[in-house]
Design a protein around this ligand. Structure first.
Ligand code: 0X9
Ligand code: ZN
Length: 425
């Protein structure tokens, strides 16, 4: 039996309050933090109460069966004394983060050259991602360009890559991707980059890719939360939200995926606690990132409409269909969506056997209010608005810290999935 999401959201708050808060400009290393999977025996509330006095970081939001919690080194003895039913996931979270943070070097390529596939051997610094996109678009000036939709709290541009085909720029229904709305979900940026790269580099040589690019205009926004992403690289690898401060609280950040102006006022799918990982904001769309995304989404809706929206996240390996706000509601075309999701799941598994779970978001994962896919479905009238949670599975140990060796396979299996999905939508 699942915990109600009201309880889930209320209970996220204490853990977030106890989470390690870095001093300004100080990096949390997570050295010596041990991560445990604690069985809740279907009562996460009791476990969270016991953990309250300890310095902890919650690693999972879907928590009715188990809590994945990082425990600070100074509290490990106190944790042992609680005698909970727990297994170790990371002996030392800090060392696993270090292994993953050996960023690749990327000096850019000369004008009109294409970045190399070694890009997907490691993670990269934010500045290199920008160079990567400029290089990629620069190599295909006849059917791609970089655009900006607005600025983040800290003044970074929220940029995208627009790809079009033989019909000319802006002539077809949109395929619309968002990546890295949750800062720590690094694999989502890499996967979106791989799809961007394949669409452009295969366009002139692979007839199937040509057909896809000629059929849609692609609007790919790999970093819709750039401040959060940078902060996850410079200060706290497990940062999720944006970097907005709020009066009356020392806690920073709003969850941009609880801030969309649709079903925002409902209770139970987001938090009103400024310290929570799912803090929804003081009003719908009161984050500059969300406001910019809403304005840009409206222009797509009003031009040729949105055929497919995918919000790329990690982790858990899910293909999530509408809706998040109510577990009894599904999209009007749910039967067609389900057929496509089954096909996508099957195609993804062909590459490496990776198993994805599909279904309506609320009943499959948990309730979310003010989330992107619901807005896309009912307000922006998108035919298929999905959230894809990438590798690893919920039962794997690595969570957001996906080893670099899995970047390329994660990307390839999703690209194979897109080549299946896009021609038949
Ligand atoms: O909680 C979220 O925002 C997403 N999961 S995550 O662990 N990456 O944070 C799920 C959002 C799903 N919502 C809808 N599809 N409506
Ligand atoms: Zn996410």
């Amino acid at each position: 039996m699942k915990l109600t999401s009201i309880v889930t959201q209320l209970l996220l708050a204490p853990l977030a309050l106890a989470a390690a808060a870095p001093k300004v400009n100080q990096k949390i290393t997570y050295d010596g933090y041990k991560v445990f999977r604690i069985s809740t025996h279907h009562d996460a509330a009791i476990v969270k109460d016991l953990l309250k006095p300890l310095t902890t970081v919650a690693m999972n939001l879907k928590d009715e069966e188990h809590l994945d919690v990082a425990i600070a080194p100074q509290d490990l003895d106190a944790f042992d004394a609680l005698n909970l039913d727990a297994e170790v996931l990371h002996e030392d979270l800090g060392s696993d983060i270090k292994a993953e943070s050996k960023f690749g070097t990327y000096g850019g390529v000369s004008a009109r050259a294409v970045p190399s596939l070694t890009w997907w051997n490691s993670y990269h610094a934010y500045a290199d991602h920008i160079t990567f996109y400029n290089d990629l678009a620069g190599a295909f000036p006849n059917n791609s360009e970089i655009f900006n939709i607005g600025t983040s709290v800290q003044g970074r541009q929220i940029f995208g890559l627009h790809i079009w085909g033989s019909g000319g720029k802006g002539s077809k229904p949109a395929v619309y991707f968002h990546g890295t709305v949750h800062a720590r979900e690094w694999i989502s940026a890499k996967v979106v980059e791989y799809i961007s790269y394949q669409l452009l580099t295969q366009y002139s040589t692979d007839l199937a890719v040509m057909a896809i690019v000629d059929k849609y205009d692609f609007y790919i926004l790999p970093f819709v939360n750039p401040d959060g992403f940078v902060y996850s690289q410079t200060n706290d690898r497990l940062w999720r939200k944006n970097r907005q401060t709020r009066s009356g609280s020392s806690c920073v950040g709003t969850d941009i995926n609880r801030n969309w102006p649709y079903k925002w006022s409902l209770t139970g799918g987001a938090s009103t606690n400024k310290c929570s990982e799912t803090y929804k904001g003081q009003a719908a769309s009161d984050t500059p990132e969300n406001a910019a995304l809403v304005a840009f989404t409206t222009t797509l809706k009003n031009s040729h409409g949105i055929k497919l929206y995918i919000d790329w996240h990690s982790f858990g390996q899910y293909i999530l269909l509408p809706y998040g706000y109510d577990c009894t509601q599904v999209a009007a075309n749910n039967a067609q969506q389900t057929t496509l999701a089954i096909g996508l799941k099957t195609r993804i598994a062909l590459s490496y056997g990776t198993q994805f779970t599909y279904g309506p978001s609320c009943s499959t994962l948990y309730k979310t209010t003010g989330s992107s896919a619901d807005y896309m479905t009912d307000v922006a009238l998108t035919e298929f608005a999905w959230t894809i949670e990438l590798r690893p599975t919920g039962s794997s140990s690595s969570g957001f810290i996906l080893p670099p060796a899995q970047i390329l396979p994660s990307s390839i299996e999703q690209w194979e999935g897109m080549k299946y999905l896009l021609p038949i939508m």
